[in-house]
Design a protein. Structure first.
Length: 84
């Protein structure tokens, strides 16, 4: 399983997206707004799940964090950079 698929599965599991499969989530599409349509509550839950699952530090309310959470691709890059 690629890191992209791992993130997609985590999104589905932690947000209880029952009608969504890993293949339904576009790696490059925005997670919020027009893309997957997540909201700020989803962002908090997803942030906690990613911290726990990937053991990375995420700064709350920073512009950099917003950029990392733009898409599955940007999240994957962030996680890989945190893993060193």
């Amino acid at each position: 399983m690629t890191i992209h698929d791992e993130i997609k599965q985590l999104i589905i599991d932690c947000l209880d997206l029952e009608d969504v499969s890993v293949s339904d989530i576009d790696t490059q599409a925005p997670l919020f707004g027009d893309g997957l349509g997540l909201d700020s509550i989803d962002a908090l839950e997803l942030g906690l799940a990613i911290k726990k699952h990937f053991d990375v530090k995420i700064e709350a309310n920073s512009d950099a964090t917003k950029a990392h959470f733009f898409s599955v691709a940007t999240l994957a890059s962030f996680i890989e950079s945190q893993r060193g």
